[in-house]
Design a binder for this molecule. Structure first.
Ligand code: GAL
Length: 673
């Protein structure tokens, strides 16, 4: 493909050329050099397949993002790039460009919908911010001076209102270059950087600090505590029926069956020191008083999961230190039952036995043995099913065997059920709210009657505004959207949507924006080899900060066998996790959105009267960002603590300013003095 259009290649008009050159030579000698050397390169001629966007595969050449001719406010353009928020174009210019020109708008195909804006950066400086482009609005024509710029970035931003209909066109987008040519490149690499200090050798008792058990149910809890082992645990106030072993694992059944709260004083001691804290055991019908934390196999093992991998993951949850900061559930996702057809013959077999009991496939030879193993480590076990006849991956579902399956899961020893809509649309249309509720209400009622506590996770991708009724049908958490794996790069937008339902969250009832896809994961769009998370290190800090501010269930879904230091530092900062596990259970949400500087401030009030705030720099460049206390509803002097670094930053009486790397975060705890 010829991506160069210069004067020499243009159609030749001899008399005019003669006249022009004579004129130029005589009157403007410099013009010859200029026209000879200034080449134009269209953005649409660059390798657009490098660019990832929020919807659809890649930006399109000379077409809108859905493949129509580019049309903005009634005018059709022959050339240009049709893209979709959010997307970023990283372009190498080698300092040899003079300008970039384009006509920016939302494509007419959205029929007036959509809104986005575009920020242009050059060598770590903001060059221009477009107006907010909306459907049916006249386009904005830009001409951006690129003299001396080597790295040019075009960032398409969803105007903070979600990416729906954000069909952004850059019509007639063209570079003028003195020499060389522009080149689209992948986003610059960022070196992992570790903010969190390693845990001290002396004990620290970590969250969760409130844990529920239903009257008469078996109890199991491993005290999350960092510090060099062995650690001696001394507990005061343990209700009759419970005992603690030398590893700090509390088991038994509380004798008293009346709802009550038991504040247990825990002292953890080792050679380096001791820590004391209170753990509240609450006997109540409501489980999951703080967001559940653990690991789920889906995004790393998919349909290759085996009981051995699950056991190994339980081992690693202990040895990696994850359990010491509160990770507790080891959860099997889809593909543990039998399928009618599967490339792995060990996963093919009868759905049920002659009694109608659901059958695990040959990779799960003994479920009871598996949960016993997990429990022996003080951890809890999770399982997955669907109310439909088949799960999403085509394995046996619970349709018409709901009670029998729930009893089986309890008998096997499971403590958590993810219940995934999948093929239930074959049974009832998801268009009616009562149909959406029905299977979840049914399973919710069944679980309540079991003599084992099973935390109930609804997975139906947010249909019918599940956050409004998930709790009422017995759910402890509910996915608010589709699979995050398909839109991982849009994690911030996913978080924003999830946070818009913040008022429905509280102890025992959590909005679930899906798992923590960091470390090594398999991209569900390619199903290739496990690869490191595509987010930059700063984005991973932001991602974890968002999940903690949102009081989201914290399930790591990457490879437990390849937990590097950086990933563990993201997953295992107990002060960051404490924000997530705060017993008041308020979901954080954004309260300041600043378009000029492209940042957001999220707040989450905490039970000790302090406030967690996340300042998210959404820009492609590092920025100094100031928070005024009065803008976020605070007034007094505030003690500021940087939670990622676990460092106090002094007392500030009106505001606080900090520098935040591109796409990074400052996660702070503000305590009034
Ligand atoms: C999807 C669900 C995923 C995973 C998968 C299993 O519907 O959202 O989280 O469980 O099914 O097939």
């Amino acid at each position: 493909m010829n991506i160069k259009t210069n004067i020499k290649n243009a159609p030749i008009h001899f008399p005019l050329l003669l006249l022009l050159s004579t004129f130029s030579i005589i009157f403007f000698p410099a013009l010859i050099t200029h026209s000879d050397e200034n080449n134009t390169y269209y953005l649409d001629d660059l390798n657009l397949s490098i660019v990832k966007q929020g919807w659809g595969e890649h930006p399109k050449k000379n077409l809108s993002c859905v493949g129509n001719p580019i049309k903005i406010n009634g005018t059709t353009y022959q050339r240009g790039v049709g893209t979709h928020a959010n997307a970023t174009f990283y372009i190498l210019l080698d300092g040899s460009a003079s300008k970039f020109e384009a006509i920016l708008g939302i494509d007419d195909e959205t029929e007036g919908n959509g809104s986005a804006f575009i920020r242009f950066y050059g060598d770590n400086k903001l060059l221009h911010t477009s107006q907010t482009l909306t459907g049916n609005k006249p386009p904005e024509k830009v001409s951006i001076n690129l003299e001396g710029i080597s790295n040019f970035i075009i960032s398409i931003i969803d105007a903070y209102d979600g990416i729906s209909f954000d069909h952004v066109d850059l019509a007639d987008a063209v570079f003028t270059m003195a020499h060389g040519k522009p080149e689209l490149t992948t986003r610059p690499k960022e070196k992992p950087y570790i903010l969190t200090p390693s845990p001290a050798p002396s004990p620290r008792i970590n969250s969760p600090r409130v844990i529920a058990v239903r009257p008469g149910s078996p109890f199991l809890f491993r005290i999350p505590c960092t510090g060099e082992r062995p650690i001696q645990f001394h507990l005061e106030g343990l209700p009759e029926g419970l005992t603690v072993n030398s590893e700090g694992i509390i088991t038994g059944t509380i004798k008293n069956r009346t709802p009550d709260t038991y504040p247990i004083q825990i002292t953890a001691t080792n050679n380096h020191g001791k820590d004391q804290n209170t753990l509240k055991i609450v006997v109540s019908e409501t489980l999951a008083l703080t967001p559940p934390m653990g690991w789920n196999h889906w995004y790393i093992h998919y349909d290759k999961i085996t009981a051995d991998i699950i056991k190994q993951s339980a081992d690693l949850m202990i040895t990696s230190g994850m359990a010491d900061v509160g990770y507790q559930y080891v959860n099997i996702d889809d593909c543990w039952a039998n399928a009618k057809e599967h490339h792995d013959p060990m996963r093919v077999g009868p759905e049920r036995n002659e009694n109608g009991d659901i059958l695990p496939n040959k990779h799960f030879p003994n479920m009871k043995d598996l949960t016993d193993y997990i429990h022996s480590k003080g951890l809890r076990a999770g399982i997955y099913s669907s109310p439909g006849p088949q799960t999403c991956a085509g394995f046996t579902g619970s349709y018409q065997h709901e009670e029998q399956d729930a009893k089986k899961f309890a008998e096997w020893g499971f403590d958590f059920l993810k219940y995934d809509w999948c093929s239930y649309s074959k049974i009832l249309s998801p268009k009616k709210i009562e149909n959406l509720k029905k299977p979840y209400q049914q399973m919710g009622d069944i679980l309540k009657k079991l003599d084992r506590d099973i935390v109930f996770n609804l997975c139906q991708y947010g249909m019918g505004a599940v956050w409004k009724w998930g709790k009422e049908v017995g759910g402890n958490s509910w996915r608010t959207a589709g699979d995050l794996g398909y839109e991982l790069l849009q994690y911030h937008d996913v978080a924003r949507r999830n946070a818009s339902h913040w008022e429905y969250t509280g102890p025992g009832a959590w909005n679930d924006p899906d798992y923590l896809l960091i470390g090594y994961i398999v991209d569900p769009t390619t199903m290739g080899e496990p690869k490191p998370c595509p987010l930059t290190p700063s984005e991973q800090y932001s991602y974890m900060s968002l999940w903690c501010l949102m009081a989201s269930p914290l399930f790591f879904s990457g490879d437990m066998t390849r937990l590097d230091e950086f990933t563990l530092n993201i997953l295992c900062n107990p002060e960051v996790i404490e924000i997530n596990q705060d017993p008041m259970g308020i979901q954080g949400h954004p309260i300041i959105i600043n378009k000029e500087q492209n940042y957001e401030i999220w707040i989450k009030p905490l039970s000790d009267r302090s406030t967690a705030i996340g300042i998210f720099n959404l820009d492609e460049i590092e920025q100094n960002i100031a928070v005024q206390w009065n803008e976020i509803g605070l007034s007094e002097n505030q003690k500021v603590r940087d939670l990622w670094r676990q460092t106090d930053l002094g007392t500030h009486n009106k505001s606080f300013t900090t520098s935040i790397p591109r796409r990074g975060v400052a996660l702070l705890k503000l305590t009034p003095i």
